[in-house]
Write a protein of this length. Structure first.
Length: 114
């Protein structure tokens, strides 16, 4: 069964940056399309970005040009570099396969506030 451990969140001022990491185990990571998702209070979980096994990437319009998804197959780790953060980016961020499995990690909280 897939195990997902997210880290790297925190409190940051608007315009700041954070780098999220997700350690993945239980699957053959290198062949999977992996994604970052987020859920803000009162909202449904949404897809933020994903990356295929061929390193083709997709971004939601709301983060395009500010976030960068990447992967290190040797470390079974997924990353999300977030720049120019806005208050509306505040959410709990999760990684999962795309499409996602029913097994979610705890996520990592990102709070953008002055």
């Amino acid at each position: 069964q897939v195990q997902l451990v997210e880290s790297g969140g925190g409190l940051v001022q608007p315009g700041g940056s954070l780098r999220l990491s997700c350690a993945v185990s239980g699957i053959i990571f290198s062949i999977r399309t992996m994604g970052w998702y987020r859920q803000a209070p009162g909202n449904q979980r949404e897809l933020v970005a994903y990356i295929t096994s061929a390193n083709i990437t997709y971004y939601a319009n709301s983060v395009k040009g500010r976030f960068t998804i990447s992967r290190d197959n040797a470390k079974n780790t997924l990353y999300l570099q977030m720049n120019s953060l806005k208050p509306e980016d505040t959410a709990n961020y999760y990684c999962n396969k795309k499409p996602p499995t029913s097994s979610w990690g705890q996520g990592t909280q990102v709070t953008v506030s002055s």
